[in-house]
Design a protein around this ligand. Structure first.
Ligand code: 4AD
Ligand code: MG
Length: 457
């Protein structure tokens, strides 16, 4: 259909003044006086609606004013009466799709809970329009950052035989019917599609390391899956991860890369999504733009895990989980450190080895690994990062210690036999950074179709 994007008109208002245009869109609001109707039309290309002013004689069916109806409008772009913006003086209005009054999105402000029950319609709200646009700009900036810095974008497999994080949260992939009964577990997997246990990847890292050992600098950016039953505002069963892997790179080098990436992508959103951020600031998080601007100008804190535990223990805060050396930091601890103590993003480094994954470089103290989590105010962890264990014997020992199947990690181990080198990488959760950038409070509201425990719409 020949028409132009409403966003184009707003981008070049002067150029369009006095021109005849055709736009399409959905009615967001409408009102009428005796002879004239006013329609706020939105086609999704911009958060702002364009006002259509139509002589009532132009509206033939009288269904053109219904909330949610889709229209094609032909008319002239003119200044509004107070000359602050432009509107369209309609010469013809065509009803493309009518919308009856049962339409669930009425004029009032709906709760996020309600909107979650209508994932197929909520994209038509300002909140989801703005969120998905920020998500898109963020994704483009991520690709641009890596592309401009000599990284190769690789696509790691979604179906894998290994559990990268070793946390046992892998969704099984199987073709077995629910009725099938087998004498042993081995028989069961032997008869399955791959002849072995298979699952959806929890992380592209292990294959990413393979690629980095030939290409030097790579990143993956795709969906990852975790059958984590934690029903929180930060966990989804399906989420997108950005995972760079860099050869000839130690812990502090990768920390610098992570910090640079975060600042780069936030700058891109500040530049490309001003209207959307102002919308989120008005409705979801006060001073959002200042928060983001400050982060770009700040330098992130680096804090030893041991020191973090000390700070928590001395805080006098009534935490639900008592902070103890050797235990993972709970979200309440992470948020205290980043929100109340440092008030900016914090890299916590050198975690105890027993609470972290097998692939992390073991430090000389024999107790800790060269790993870091990046914590940000309001969210907690947004990045999981480490230098990788490059020593064959130490890696083998870590695999055995955890009772993992050595045979399954044969190729991964071989990377440490054939030209092993110091290398590091991290995983940034796209939805987590999106929560941070938009001020939205629930991971279910930064995905088109959230997948969480017990909920698959
Ligand atoms: O800390 P994680 O588990 O690290 C890894 O998976 C590494 N293999 C990454 C790497 O080094 N290449 O996960 C990385 C990030 C977390 O910091 C968080 O932002 C996000 O992925 N994440 C989740 N986001 C939403 N829902 C979940 N269930 C998530 N689990 C992790
Ligand atoms: Mg983690």
């Amino acid at each position: 259909m020949k028409h132009i994007d409403i966003a184009e008109i707003f981008k070049n208002e002067k150029q369009y003044l006095g021109k005849t245009v055709t736009v399409c869109g959905w009615v967001r609001t409408s009102r009428e006086s005796k002879n004239v109707a006013f329609i706020e039309l939105n086609d999704g290309t911009s958060l702002k609606h364009i006002q259509i002013v139509a002589d009532k004689a132009v509206l033939t069916l009288n269904k053109e004013l219904a909330l949610g109806a889709s229209l094609m409008v032909n008319g002239t772009v003119v200044p509004t009466q107070n000359n602050t913006r432009v509107e369209i003086n309609a010469a013809a209005v065509t009803l493309l799709g009518e919308c009856p009054p049962e339409y669930p999105l009425q004029k009032k402000r709906h709760t996020m809970d309600f909107l979650r029950t209508i994932p197929h319609l909520r994209v038509r709200t300002n909140t989801f329009n703005a969120m998905l646009r920020v998500r898109s700009v963020l994704s483009a900036a991520i690709n641009k950052y890596f592309c401009d810095n000599n990284y190769v974008y690789v696509h790691t497999p979604i179906i894998t035989g290994s559990d990268c994080e070793g946390a046992g949260e892998v969704f099984r992939v199987s073709i077995h019917e629910w009725k099938t009964a087998f004498a042993t577990e081995k028989d069961y997997y032997d008869a399955d599609f791959f002849g072995q246990r298979a699952g959806l990847t929890v992380s592209g890292q292990l294959e990413g390391e393979v690629a980095a050992m030939g290409l030097g600098k790579i990143y993956t950016f795709g969906p990852t899956f975790r059958a984590e039953k934690s029903n929180t505002t930060r966990h989804a069963a399906e989420f997108w991860q950005i995972e760079p892997e860099v050869a000839f790179c130690e812990l502090f080098d990768i920390i610098a890369i992570a910090e640079e990436l975060i600042k780069y992508i936030i700058s891109a959103v500040l530049k490309g999504c001003r209207t959307e951020l102002e919308f989120f600031e008005a409705h979801f998080e006060a001073d959002l733009v200042k928060k983001l601007t400050d982060v770009v100008g700040s330098s992130f804190e680096i804090l030893e895990y041991e020191k973090a535990v000390e700070i928590l223990q001395k805080s006098g805060k009534p935490f639900v989980f008592e902070p103890k050396w050797g235990e993972d930091l709970a979200t309440e601890h992470e948020r205290y450190i980043t929100e109340e103590v440092f008030k900016k993003p914090v890299f916590v480094i050198n975690y105890p080895k027993k609470i972290k994954s097998f692939y992390m470089k073991q430090n000389d103290d024999g107790m800790t690994v060269a790993a870091t989590d990046l914590l940000v105010p309001g969210i907690g962890e947004i990045i999981g990062c480490s230098q990788r264990e490059a020593d064959y014997d130490k890696l083998l020992e870590a695999i055995k210690e955890r009772g993992m199947n050595v045979e399954q990690y044969k190729h991964y181990l071989e990377l440490r036999q054939f030209g092993s080198c110091p290398h590091s990488g991290f995983g940034l959760g796209l939805e987590r950074i999106l929560l941070y950038v938009t001020g939205l409070g629930n991971i279910r509201d930064v995905q088109l179709y959230p997948r969480t425990v017990g909920d698959l719409r």
